[in-house]
Design a binder for this molecule. Structure first.
Ligand code: PMP
Ligand code: GLN
Length: 383
């Protein structure tokens, strides 16, 4: 790296998603690694984006996002969760949840501040906190149910802690935090006057066994919770990079202070198309969830025929599997799979800051065509 490069960058590796997708390409492997669908979202979305383009909606959008999109999101929040957000002052459209996470962390985390996150964590949390000069502190979600010990969380919080990061439904484990778990986190957040960043990008990728509980709905939490979501997940269009943040007006003001200097505004025709998308949720969502549930079940069924033991996934589009005996760690197993058997997975040890648990697992993504799932898992079956 260049001698003048920000020294904090040396503590942050290349994204494992980029590494594994590059290897998948190099070895012509079936890609069950990086989390994105290998099929398109609904065909009417590009139609709506093109229509917006033809109507001349091609210049900068307002920095916090176009009003119709924010209004439609506010309606969804009300309808599904009974949450009231003012689209004028409490909502910000971001360039994917990724930019949302960056803007939130940089709006609040200063040098020396501590941020508590559950591991395995989504890698951007750690990178964002380090780039902001903050210090990540980890609480382990332990196999087989990916539960945490309250005591460990209590000990992780110090007088330097500013924020706790939750992700539910959870990438990479498919865990959905229960009401009791969220309430116990809320109690600690309230007692210690902490902000809670709740990454809920997979809020609609749930399969009927457990209900998604937004952190902001827990008593006493609405005014200290910053919720991030992504149309990339909900509408299966990850490449459009349209995310959003809901948080009270004071918090939103700080986040917008960073957002205006990162992307300023998000692509205009895409926002118009997504505004339409949210207006169609009632008819769209049941078929979307049915489609993904069938994919999850297909992957579980195929995995059952292999030596990789699956942990059930209640939400998100990921499944964690235990690696069979004979491998030193997850990286060795993932390397053999991609280079020799032609299937890319994600070795999750990189999502842990203190525990070694990740070394015994791999993460698989089931947002893939049925033939991709069958082909990939059958290749894994050769071990
Ligand atoms: N949070 C989690 C938990 C994710 O899995 C992802 C992405 N895949 C993101 C945030 C980023 O979302 P986006 O693609 O909208 O930037
Ligand atoms: N969130 C996606 C995953 O978990 C990847 C997003 C990215 O590559 N930045 O695989």
């Amino acid at each position: 790296m260049h001698k003048y490069a920000n020294k904090k960058l040396s503590g942050i590796p290349e994204s494992i998603f980029s590494t594994m997708s590059r290897l998948a390409f190099e070895y012509q492997a079936t890609n069950l690694g990086q989390g994105f669908p290998d099929f398109d979202g609904p065909a009417w979305l590009p139609e709506m984006a093109y229509q917006a383009m033809k109507e001349g909606k091609n210049q900068y959008a307002p920095s916090p996002g176009i009003m119709s999109l924010k209004q439609n999101i506010a309606e969804i929040e009300k309808k599904y969760y009974n949450l009231d957000w003012n689209p004028l002052t409490e909502m910000t459209i971001t360039a994917g949840a990724t930019e949302g996470l960056y803007s939130i962390v940089h709006a609040f985390v200063e040098a020396g501040d501590e941020v508590v996150m559950f591991e395995p964590f989504y890698d951007a949390y750690q990178a964002d906190v380090i780039l902001a000069g903050g210090i990540p502190k980890y609480v382990t979600l332990k196999k087989p149910d990916f539960t945490f010990e309250l005591d460990e969380l209590e000990k992780a919080v110090t007088d330097k802690t500013k924020m706790i990061i939750i992700n539910t439904p959870h990438n990479p484990t498919g865990k959905m935090f229960s009401k009791e778990e969220l309430e116990s986190i809320a109690k600690i957040a309230i007692e210690n006057d902490l902000l809670v960043l709740s990454d809920e990008v997979y809020e609609f990728l749930t399969y009927g066994e457990k209900m998604h509980i937004p952190t902001a709905t827990i008593e006493g939490m609405k005014d200290r919770t910053i919720t991030v979501s992504s149309t990339g997940k909900t509408f299966g269009m990850t490449g459009w990079k349209i995310g959003y943040i809901c948080a009270n007006a004071e918090i939103t003001e700080a986040i917008r202070g960073v957002h205006q200097w990162t992307t300023f505004a998000v692509n205009t025709p895409g926002q118009h198309a997504m505004a339409y998308g949210f207006s169609q949720m009632e008819t769209y969502l049941p078929s979307f969830q049915k489609e993904y549930k069938a994919k999850r079940d297909l992957m579980l069924e195929e995995l059952d025929k292999t030596k990789f033991k699956a942990h059930n996934a209640f939400g998100s589009y990921f499944i964690m599997v235990d690696i069979p005996a004979g491998f030193a760690d997850d990286v060795e197993c993932a390397t053999k799979l991609v280079k020799e058997l032609g299937v890319a997975t994600i070795p999750p040890s990189i999502f842990y800051g203190k525990s070694d648990e990740g070394k015994s697992m791999l993460r698989l993504c089931f947002a893939k065509k049925d033939e991709t799932i069958i082909d990939g898992i059958r290749k894994m079956g050769q071990i």
